[in-house]
Design a protein around this ligand. Structure first.
Ligand code: SF4
Ligand code: SF4
Length: 90
């Protein structure tokens, strides 16, 4: 197993019912690049019937989408306290 895969196995998600990142579907519909399909390390963005869909549950909170979306289509925040990713040590 690669080092990267081993590190990912140490990550735990405590998923909130409230999405910490919300996509503006209207902006995404007119986006030609759809770069988010490639830059999210967790694969939270996917193409369904030619539309970009987002699922926050597997988010690694890296912030890449916040910086890289050229159209500012994301309302981005960290998960509420106690939720989100944590790393198991040892
Ligand atoms: S999130 Fe940004 S990059 Fe992805 S489809 Fe929407 S506007 Fe385009
Ligand atoms: S913060 Fe990182 S892991 Fe989460 S959706 Fe954005 S790019 Fe993906």
């Amino acid at each position: 197993m690669s080092d990267r895969a081993e590190k990912l196995l140490t990550i735990r998600h405590n998923v909130s019912r409230t999405a910490h990142i919300v996509l503006d579907d209207g902006i995404c519909k007119s986006c030609g690049q759809q770069a988010c399909l490639y830059f999210c390390p967790a694969g939270c963005f996917s193409l369904v019937d030619r539309e970009v869909k987002f699922q926050y549950e597997g988010c690694l909170e890296c912030g890449t989408c916040r910086v890289m979306c050229a159209h500012n289509a994301l309302k981005w925040d960290y998960p509420q306290g106690g939720y989100g990713v944590s790393v198991r040590l040892g």
